[in-house]
Design a protein around this ligand. Structure first.
Ligand SMILES: O=C(O)CCC(=O)C(=O)O
Length: 337
């Protein structure tokens, strides 16, 4: 789905898509990342514009004062020094106040607790449509911290799992993309698995897909489907989006589904789009383009068995040589398995 600036509109649209997916027979519906979070990049642009305007106004005032003072040479030098000191102080104060305010606004005020208004709407949508919902991600406020969190609901509307993004996207690819997610979020410290009557599901958010150990643990814990609400940019998505999903599917012999927002036309972070579902053989069985759409796929467990039979990787594993993994599953798994 296309993500807008208004959180209530995004939530309403998500609910509409859930209804549509369910009416077309979907049992598990995943929303993309950011569908419920306003665009912080736009906030940062507003700051840049605001600061630029303030600086320009101050510069104009200074020029006026200097020109006026130049008429009386004796006081000109003193006036210039005073004005410069005042201007620099004002600019520094304005920048600090605005940046701190906006960071606070974007990283905290938009956040909400779970349960909260957004997850209430998702819970209601799960009940009304009798589906499991992997709720994209919301900006969760918990005590004095913010998390990038995916809430999962069962058809009874219960919150059965909550995945707080484990790996934060702090990267700098010169000339392409710089992102420091840890400025706004704290990392989660648990992996998340939930059980449905159809299959067992492991959840990750976006950058989490890049860490093969996480998907491996999910597979070892019996997951047949891995779901990644995500939001890759063009910079990395064009190269790695499909590749990562296919390699996770092939290595672990599981289905992998990744839900992305539609391509946005404005902003510094251009979303790649292309939600897709990959089967355990690595075939892409359903795929969107960059535009807004719903992607449907059957998680056919007999296909999974077939792949595991012809390529019995689990039987060939050399656990005596491979590094042991350290499973750590969220309490939701223990409660709902
Ligand atoms: O791994 C990537 O290339 C993109 C990840 C990302 O955009 C995120 O986690 O927010």
């Amino acid at each position: 789905m296309a993500v807008g600036m208004s959180k209530p509109d995004n939530v309403a649209k998500a609910v509409k898509f859930i209804e549509e997916a369910s009416s077309n027979g979907a049992n598990i519906v995943s929303l993309p990342v950011s569908n419920l979070i306003s665009n912080q990049i736009v906030m940062k642009r507003i700051v840049v514009v605001l600061v630029t305007v303030v600086v320009m106004v101050v510069v104009i005032v200074v020029v006026e004062v200097v020109v006026a003072a130049a008429a009386t040479p004796a006081t000109a030098a003193v006036v210039v020094v005073v004005v410069v000191v005042v201007v620099v102080t004002v600019v520094v104060v304005v920048v600090v106040v605005v940046v701190v305010t906006v960071e606070f606004f974007s990283s905290w005020q938009q956040a909400e607790p779970i349960p909260g208004p957004t997850t209430d709407a998702l819970s209601q949508a799960a009940v009304s449509n009798s589906v499991y919902i992997v709720g994209g991600s919301i900006h969760e406020r918990y005590r004095d911290k913010s998390f990038n969190t995916c809430a999962v609901f069962c058809p009874l509307g219960e919150l059965i799992a909550k995945h707080r993004k484990v790996h934060l996207f702090d990267i700098d690819i010169p000339g392409q993309i710089t992102f420091k997610e840890s400025q706004n979020f704290a990392p989660g410290d648990q992996l998340t698995v939930f059980q449905t009557p159809y299959c067992r599901v492991g959840v990750g958010i976006c950058y989490d897909i890049r860490f093969p150990e996480m998907s491996r643990i999910y597979a070892e814990q019996g997951c047949e489907l891995l779901v990644f609400p995500a939001e890759f940019s063009i910079a990395t998505g064009s190269k790695h989006w499909e590749l990562l999903q296919r390699v996770r599917a092939v290595d672990n012999q599981v289905f992998v589904a990744s839900a992305s927002p539609a391509r946005n036309s404005k902003g510094d972070y251009i979303v790649w789009g292309h939600s897709c579902v990959v089967d355990p053989w690595g075939d892409i069985i359903a795929k969107a383009d960059e535009k807004e759409s719903i992607v449907y796929a059957d998680v056919d467990l007999s296909r999974l068995e077939e792949v595991r039979q012809v390529l019995p990787l689990d039987h060939h594993k050399r656990y005596d040589l491979h590094l042991p993994t350290q499973p750590s599953v969220s309490s939701s798994l223990r409660q709902h398995q």
